[in-house]
Every structure is written in structure tokens, then in C-alpha cells.
Design a binder for this molecule. Structure first.
Ligand code: PMV
Length: 311
């Protein structure tokens, strides 16, 4: 029997960067994200006669290459889930994404969420009375990869001290990500969470993120698009400034990134309107658009390689 599940990625507008000393991937500050249903991970699980669990790339998608460390982290989360649901035996876990991994498109969020959901499918087949609401699945998934806990809610998710939940806002936004570099990033987000505490800017960061979160929720809820843009812009620069002021410094932006950011700034300057702009821990630039901006997007994005949520 093969159990399968898929889960979406998500892009944070207020970032999870830095962990709480409480452990279990609890965040140092609350975050807010938009779920990206067009960027997904897929996982299948089947029992095998073996002495360990194994991971393989899932065929039918661009071939996923996981490093030794990446495999270990994925299978260790699987092991914890099996313990949680009392599932015995060994398994072959296959996974893939329909978008490039490890380059700032949040593939760890979608792949850990999909693994949690596929393991839940297996647990339910053995115990048909098992019922885990999304909040509980999200909390289990968080222990494998923090940001994955937000992928259980759509379109908006807020993740604070009490775990992740849906943020109830009736606003659908279109998404495009300009892929300036799809190579694997050299510093993983797990490493980034550790390194940033060496930055002098770390002091006050959880408070800044918290206050931006409240401001952003207000501006999105009142359709104050310009303020939303300004808050998102300040927030991703804050995270990237933490990277660049860590000791030793590290960073993700490239020449291509800066060109895209400059173009976005020019659009806002000349049109007094434009996309919300944000970045993950990677070189690629995410844009969020109101429905009525989609027709302009082709000219904004002309000449770039991008993935988009609309047809
Ligand atoms: O879930 P992790 O440990 O891969 O952390 C990812 C954190 C960022 O993607 C950089 C920001 C965020 O909030 O998603």
C-alpha cells in the first residue's frame, strides 16, 4: 500500500528568523505568511522489508537531490512521527517538489508538511478513529521544520507562541517569484537561525518583528497597500541585514537580486503603486499582487525567469 500527500509552500511577510530557547523549533518572534498553493511538495510512503527507513526522489518531477544532512533531517522527522502515532516497521519515503528546492522558495516548509500529512494518512489507515485537526498536524510538522507549520492554513497563516493558525482575512493575492538563482544556497536556513544571534542587530529584533506584524495586519485589513509594501520591504531587509551583520557575515543577495529590487522600487516611484516585495533566505524575489494588477505583471516581469500563481 502506498500512502501519499502533497502540501503547499508558504512565503512569510513577517519572518521567522531565530528560535526560542524553549526548543522544538519554537520561534523567537511571531510570523505571518501567505500559502503558495502553486508551489507544492509531494511525498509517498510504502512499507519495505529492510532494517532502516530509506529516502528516494519521487519520479515524475524534476529530480530532487537531497544532501546526506537533508535526508537525515527528513527521515528523522519521519521517525518522530512514527513514534508519535505508534507506527512500526520500516519504509521507503519518496519526495519531490514541483519547483526548485533549497534556493529561497521554502521547499523545506512544503516538504515537511507533506511528509507529516502522508504519515498521518498511514496512521489513519491503521487506526480509522484517529482524528488530528490541522492545528495538531501543524504543531507536529513544526518540530521537523519550523516554517512548515504555516503550510496547514490557507490563504493566510499566523504563527505565534501558541502555534500556527489561520489568519482570517478575506484577501486573495497573486504571487510570482523571480528566480534569479536556482542553485542550492550555501547557508541553510537552519544554520542562519543559529548564526544571526551573533549580529548586534539581533538585539530588539523579536520586538521589531512583533510590532511590524501588528502594523501589517492592520494595513492589509484596511487595504492600505502602500503601507503594506513599506512594512514588507523593511521586514525582509531587516532579516537580510541580520545575515550581513552576523559575525562572520553571510548573505544570499546577488547582482540579479538587486536588479529586481531596484526595478520594483522604480515601479512604485513611477506608478505610485506596485507589488508587495519580499525575500526568503535566498537570492530570489517574491512579489505579491492584487487581482487587478495581474494584467500589468507581464510588463513588470518582462525579461526575467519567474514562477507565477496565475494562468
Ligand atoms: O523552517 P526553517 O527552519 O527552514 O526556517 C525558514 C525561515 C525563513 O524561510 C527564512 C523565514 C520564514 O519565516 O519562512
Amino acid at each position: 500500500m502506498v500512502f501519499e500527500a502533497s502540501a503547499p509552500s508558504n512565503i512569510a511577510l513577517i519572518k521567522y528568523m531565530g528560535k526560542s530557547p524553549l526548543g522544538g523549533n519554537r520561534p523567537a518572534n511571531p510570523s505571518l505568511s501567505l500559502t503558495l498553493n502553486h508551489l507544492r511538495s509531494f511525498v509517498t510512503i510504502e512499507a519495505i522489508d529492510a532494517t532502516t527507513d530509506v529516502w528516494e526522489p519521487l519520479s515524475g518531477f524534476p529530480e530532487l537531490k537531497l544532501s546526506e544532512g537533508g535526508r537525515k533531517k527528513f527521515l528523522s522527522h519521519f521517525y518522530q512521527l512514527k513514534r508519535h502515532w505508534n507506527l512500526g516497521g520500516h519504509h521507503r519515503v519518496r519526495s519531490a517538489n514541483d519547483f526548485p528546492p533549497d534556493c529561497g522558495l521554502a521547499s523545506s516548509a512544503s516538504s515537511f508538511a507533506a511528509l507529516t500529512l502522508a504519515t498521518y494518512e498511514m496512521a489513519k489507515s491503521l487506526n480509522p478513529n484517529l482524528k488530528c485537526p490541522p492545528v495538531e498536524l501543524s504543531s507536529l510538522s513544526r518540530q521537523g521544520s519550523g516554517s512548515s507549520c504555516r503550510s496547514f492554513f490557507s490563504p493566510w497563516a499566523e504563527w505565534g507562541d501558541e502555534g500556527a493558525e489561520a489568519w482570517d482575512l478575506d484577501l486573495q493575492l497573486a504571487h510570482a517569484v523571480v528566480v534569479v538563482d536556482d542553485r542550492k544556497k550555501s547557508v541553510s536556513s537552519s544554520e542562519a537561525h543559529q548564526k544571526i544571534s551573533s549580529s548586534l542587530l539581533w538585539q530588539g529584533r523579536p520586538e521589531r518583528a512583533k510590532s511590524r506584524l501588528e502594523d501589517l495586519k492592520k494595513s492589509l485589513a484596511t487595504s492600505d497597500w502602500r503601507s503594506s509594501y513599506e512594512i514588507c520591504w523593511a521586514e525582509f531587509w531587516d532579516m537580510h541585514a541580520l545575515f550581513e551583520t552576523s559575525r562572520p557575515a553571510f548573505g544570499y543577495m546577488s547582482k540579479g537580486t538587486l536588479e529586481v529590487l531596484d526595478k520594483c522600487r522604480q515601479i512604485w516611484l513611477h506608478e505610485n503603486d506596485g507589488p508587495l516585495v519580499t525575500m526568503d533566505a535566498g537570492a530570489n524575489v517574491h512579489l505579491l499582487l492584487r487581482e487587478e494588477q495581474i494584467s500589468q505583471a507581464a510588463s513588470w516581469l518582462a525579461g526575467w525567469n519567474y514562477l507565477k500563481s496565475w494562468n
